[in-house]
Write a protein that binds this ligand. Structure first.
Ligand SMILES: [Zn+2]
Length: 236
């Protein structure tokens, strides 16, 4: 079940709650963001009070998933972006007219009258990446849903800072647009993970068996995603 934890500092943190036959409360940060394992009988209000007492740990861990230790991306000519795990060189061309980014081989070209306007360049390139993401993810979602024998769920892009995807009981799948930078196997894994939630809204052995049906090599993908998370979160 998806819940929202309101922290005293005004932050709202979505989390997945999984009740288990256990005596203690466990927390971890995964592809889904914060996941909480709680005893079957603990009351929601007691659980959230306890989670709030761990607010510092939660915030620190979630932020560690972001680009905290990497320098911010520099939107200059020659900078290296990633598209589907391949390098994409940003070419900023001085021009009297402003153009939308254009893909030419392994370069992304943008003509602008102000090559130092990093905010404008960032906005245009991110918008371009989001359009690519929508096209690419929609195609993958369609193919992988068919593999599972499910109708294609509705797709939305997310701009979440700490999670790659989510899926709700109304069959809406949200995928982080930053995934378009990652290797196709990692994107496929996140989609497989969210599709498996259509069948199992938990992370039980049954859930992972469904993931494995769509994406057999999921442990490697989960690791790969962890390894490149920080780099992918540098944008936006
Ligand atoms: Zn999940």
């Amino acid at each position: 079940m998806q819940h929202i934890l309101a922290l005293p500092n005004g932050e709202n943190i979505p989390y997945l709650l999984e009740r288990r036959a256990r005596r203690t409360i466990g927390m971890k940060i995964t592809t889904d963001g914060l996941v909480v394992h709680a005893p079957l009988r603990i009351r929601q209000v007691d659980l959230e009070a306890l989670l709030r007492s761990k607010a510092r740990w939660i915030s620190t861990k979630l932020k560690a998933r972001q680009a905290a230790t990497l320098p911010a991306f520099s939107w200059r000519d020659g900078a290296e972006l990633q598209l589907l795990g391949q390098p994409l060189i940003l070419r900023i061309l001085p021009s009297t007219r402003n153009s939308q980014p254009k893909l030419e081989g392994n370069t992304l070209q943008i003509a602008t009258s102000n090559i130092h306007d990093q905010v404008m360049i960032a906005r245009k390139v991110i918008h371009w990446l989001q359009k690519e993401a929508m096209l690419d993810f929609a195609r993958r979602l369609h193919i992988l849903a068919a593999k599972l024998g499910e109708p294609t769920p509705a797709l939305f892009l997310s701009n979440a800072k700490t999670r790659w995807g989510s899926c709700n009981s109304r069959r809406k799948v949200r995928l982080n647009w930053r995934l378009i930078q990652a290797q196709p196997a990692l994107i496929n894994y996140v989609i497989a993970h969210e599709l498996a939630h259509l069948r199992e809204m938990n992370h039980s052995a049954r859930f992972w068996a469904v993931v494995a049906k769509i994406h057999p090599d999921y442990p490697a993908a989960e690791q790969g995603l962890k390894a490149c998370s920080q780099a992918l979160y540098r944008l936006g």
